[in-house]
Design a protein around this ligand. Structure first.
Ligand SMILES: Cc1ncc(COP(=O)(O)O)c(C=O)c1O
Length: 375
């Protein structure tokens, strides 16, 4: 006898963690539209629009700008496996979980990794990265995380980009948590490769990883001596489907792409500057309000991300019990600390759709009730 299964009715949550963020009804409805074929002429038009929208949001004219089928980690893996060949040197900044993940992925691709570390909660020292490059001038790439989601640090990119421009080393930037929340200007800053994820400041469900490659990065992929070891993430084949040839590679996640298209329409309607300002405004309000309550933020200015705030768990408060009560009584999800910060910080996201005054006020009321017993 087979078991009886009923439809899953997800609880209503306010997603104020490190991602996923809230998704608008508009995007969810777009995803419920009829599925068409992945080579349907109307769908091919939608793909072209998505690529054009992504170029606007990344601030680039790069031809090779596509959403990879997979989450942000698939974007990361795509970048490293296409650009690196066994024995290549990669300089990687590590000041949190995602810098560590980049190092792991690069090593699995056979690279010799020179890691430049900084304490979790602090930015990478640009001088040290530049010195690592001077010691390894033939490095294939230098990679940093723009918005380190495990800590809430925003990494300054301009000096590094300026330095690398005059070298043969590619500049690779993880923009998973930054894209759509703080400015990302791929062309103006001279970034060669940037990848992102849909579920943070783009406010689209997880499942796609936008990526963009400069001409010199594309040239690097073209001039590889061996095949990319991942068939699925091989950009030469993926770009043959997204480009004018339209060669089948894998079946595109059709409805996920409807969602991305709708989410990007909403972002461009709002306007990028207005969106960044909204993140600055409500992220700033949250951070000031936490400090006014005597709580300690992990990251110093000017490195604090507005869309992700790490705050130390106040003395005498049980981290897990607090987060459970927040979820059960108020429907609010926030993140706990990772790695050395486990049990020590909360990570509060105000990303995309969730970045509203209402979210800040609701969280602060819940915090006051739960921590200060004012309720
Ligand atoms: C900075 C950063 N890079 C990469 C990833 C990996 O993305 P995903 O979990 O979507 O695979 C994340 C996810 O949180 C992230 O925050």
């Amino acid at each position: 006898m087979s078991a009886h299964y009923s439809p899953f009715e997800p609880p209503r949550r306010i997603l104020m963690g490190p991602g996923p963020s809230g998704v608008s009804a508009r995007v969810l409805l777009a995803m419920a539209r009829p599925t068409v074929g992945h080579l349907d002429p109307d769908f091919l038009e939608l793909m072209d629009e998505v690529a054009a929208q992504l170029r606007e949001i990344f601030g680039t004219e790069n031809r090779l700008t596509v959403p990879i089928s997979g989450t942000g980690s698939a974007g990361m893996e795509t970048a490293f496996v296409n650009l690196l060949e066994p024995g290549d040197c990669a300089i990687i900044g590590v000041n949190g979980v995602f810098g560590q993940r980049m190092k792991d992925v690069a090593e699995r691709a056979g690279a010799r990794v020179v890691a430049v570390e900084a304490a979790w909660g602090e930015p990478l020292d640009v001088r040290r990265l530049i010195n690592a490059h001077k010691a390894n001038p033939r490095a294939r790439l230098l990679a940093v995380v723009h918005a380190e989601t495990s800590t809430g640090v925003q990494q300054p990119l301009d000096e590094l980009a300026g330095y690398l421009r005059g070298t043969g080393t590619l500049f690779l930037v993880d923009t998973v948590t930054s894209l759509g929340g703080v400015p990302v200007n791929v062309d103006a800053w001279g970034i060669d490769v940037a990848y992102s994820g849909t579920q943070k400041c783009l406010s689209v469900p997880p499942g796609l990883a936008p990526i963009t490659l400069s001409e010199r990065a594309v040239e690097r992929v073209r001039s590889r001596s061996g095949k990319v070891q991942s068939w699925y993430l091989d950009l030469s084949m993926i770009s043959a489907y997204w480009g004018s040839e339209r060669v089948y590679h894998h079946t595109a996640p059709i409805n996920a792409l409807y969602g991305l298209h709708e989410g990007l329409c909403a972002i461009l309607e709002e306007g990028l500057e207005a969106r960044y300002e909204r993140h600055r405004r409500w992220g700033g309000l949250l951070q000031r309000s936490l400090m006014e309550r005597g709580l300690e933020l992990l990251v110093e200015e000017p490195y604090r991300l507005p869309q992700l705030t790490s705050v130390r768990v106040p003395a005498g408060v049980d981290d897990k019990r607090f987060r459970r009560a927040l979820l059960e009584r108020y429907g609010i999800e926030i993140g706990g600390g990772l790695g050395p910060l486990a049990g020590k910080v909360w990570r509060i996201g105000l990303m995309g759709e969730t970045c509203r005054e209402q979210s800040v006020m609701l969280f602060l009321s819940a915090l006051d009730e739960l921590v200060e017993g004012r309720g």
